[in-house]
Design a protein around this ligand. Sequence first.
Ligand code: ZZB
Length: 267
Amino acid sequence: QDYTALKLKVKEWASKAAEKIKGKIPEGANVYFVPATLRPETMYGQTCCFVGPKINYGVFKLSENEYYVVTKRAAWNMAFQGTFFKGDNFARDASELPAVLELLGSEVVGTLVNAPLSIHKQGVRILPMDSVLPSKGTGVVTSVPSDSPDDYATVKDLAKKAEYYGIKKEWAELEISPIIETPSYGNITAKFLVEKMKINSPKDAKQLAEAKDLAYKEGYYKGTMLIGDFKGQPVEVAKPKVREALIKSGEAFEYAEPNGHVVSRSG
Ligand code: ZZB
């Protein structure tokens, strides 16, 4: 899978995370949460970013003042793709990855990050999502509730049970704006499908998978951009252009998922 890895810069750490990173990361260094997405054209609609509350993340050092928060597995994949190491300076095994510390997902919940292209310029919060898979992408998932049924169902649940999740309700209630117009599902595809299919919980995995499939197909083949530099263009055309622009501006990079292979340098 060819993902776009987006860089969400930390503006303000949740208190638990702040305590842990103190003294380990230089003051003024930039730390980024790095979600992997297949839908770069929807990034205008980011309202939060998910981590698995029980997943362990590493903070990996890129340079003196740049750090990425991803799973160790993703960092290892990135190492093979030249993200951390250039030229002869490569890791021979996962223990050589430049992790400066580990953070549990639950410890970073509440962190405020800047989401590139998002209409929410003041930043979005890191929030918990139980269905984040540690074995996929970077283990960090940016949330676009207008176009992802999983994200829509999750933010509604988070807002409804804010206290239970230990978050502020308003963190899950950022405005959901139209990003893509579609002929069958209107301009907030995920809301339309979740309501039509009567999906009541982020745990309705089977129905959500079906909704995701429908949303992908309709968005990609029939969607039109309602916002951004490629407004008015078909999604199919705009998608690679948005991706390229994000990469060019340094706000994203390419990330590929090795499909099931165990990659080894020694062969
Ligand atoms: C933003 C986004 C906006 C996404 C959208 C989808 C949609 P897939 O579809 O199963 O191949 N994702 C990425 N990593 C993980 C993970 N570790 N655990 C759970 N979900 C993850 O997977 C690709 C999508 O799944 C990614 O693209 C990401 O959410 C999520 F409007 O990023 B996406 C109709 C879908 N719309």
